[in-house]
Design a binder for this molecule. Sequence first.
Ligand code: SF4
Length: 469
Amino acid sequence: MRPIIVQENDNQEEVITQRLADLLNFSIQEIQEQYCDDTLPWVIGFSGGKDSTAVLQLVFTAISGLPVEKRVKEIHVLSNDTLVENPKVIEYLDRQLDLIRATGKTRLFAHNPALFHVVKTVPKLEDTFWLNLIGKGYPSPNRWFRWCTERMKINPTSDYILKTVNKHGKAIILLGTRKDESANRAASMKQYELEGVRLRKHTLPNAFVFAPIADMTNKQVWAYLTQNPNPWGGDNQELVRLYYSAFDIQECPLVIDTTTPSCGNSRFGCWTCTVVDKDKSMTGMILNGEEWMRPLLKFRDKLKDIRDKEEYREKRRRSGQDGIGPFTIETRKEILEELLTIQEQIYPKIQTQLISIQELSAIQVQWHYDGKFQYSVAEIYQRITGRSLMLSEYSSLERRQEEFALLESISEQNDVQANHIKELLELERVNFGHLRRSTIFANMEQKIRRFIKENDDATKDGFSFSLPQ
Ligand code: SF4
């Protein structure tokens, strides 16, 4: 029988403790039953926040209570890193993932470590924040043009879940969603209920949701985490301190579909998030002593501030239509310079990079693809950091293959041939820095004419386009 739920205003400590103990016993039993019910793999969404920590902690306790011969089904602990996560949060998350992996493989599944997976997904290179903002000039995201969530959060996790579903036919996703989060949350959980079973439908085909802490309140979650040792050797007090320092006890959930509440409204989202008016968590962390984060906050505020100022934007959209367009190349260059400057400033403190070499390389490719040849990423990098961007690395076969794969995917989306763009880029590369550019334009025109002819010959269906005069 489902135990009575503790109410938020129920303050009699003994009653809370007793009812919480009943609820936890019930949840652990439910998890054990569900685990043994079928052979479908479990994908446990883990953001490092309190709710997903509570779910994973309950799962660890439940599985360790099963005899080894019943621990036969795969478990995937799934996290996502947008690559612009709050540096303090991602550092905490990475440490937890290492501990979870080690404990899961050596204790829970010592008999068959291959059953236990810990995965951190990241967006594809062409979907990263910096490639879109600095490379393509997408204006900083806001409520109406939130181009980031799908690219950076939903797609990477959905791809992983779909891969698991494809391999096994179906999968069960465990989430830390709770009815008392909000009336909307309770309603959406109800909407997806399936009759007679504890699973809910998921928007991805053949995926089902199991929410083991659906009936727990906020207070109960904290009580559970602070009164019970963390089974993978983490320190839940550190989690409390992290929430406390961020001045807020909400969290960014693992966003796996559009029904998950807006991550932009949660506290532990991307440090670059301009969907929220103010980044309260970063502000809180700074006020609590993380002074080194101040340039990050200032930079985020600037990204928000300039997005709607026409002087920072092109006069045409990327589609070629009239209207306020992407950030100008000057703005993109300025953003890149500032980002690299901040990275240099804070690196001694956090030893993590705000932008990767791969992203820098992809930005250069994107600028070239957009016909923006005024600035060189390598030159900007050298000027700001005093280090070379390892041009040899760029020209290595592996790097070039990576760049070409990216170019291919961008070209496909825009219905052009990657080989043609590659030829034009190569022409620009060998002529880069030359003052007299008339030859390169003539050569380009010659090449473009050849491409048109090749296209015409290939299609023979009247396809044509003309060169701009
Ligand atoms: S936290 Fe903000 S920037 Fe990050 S994906 Fe969500 S809405 Fe976009």
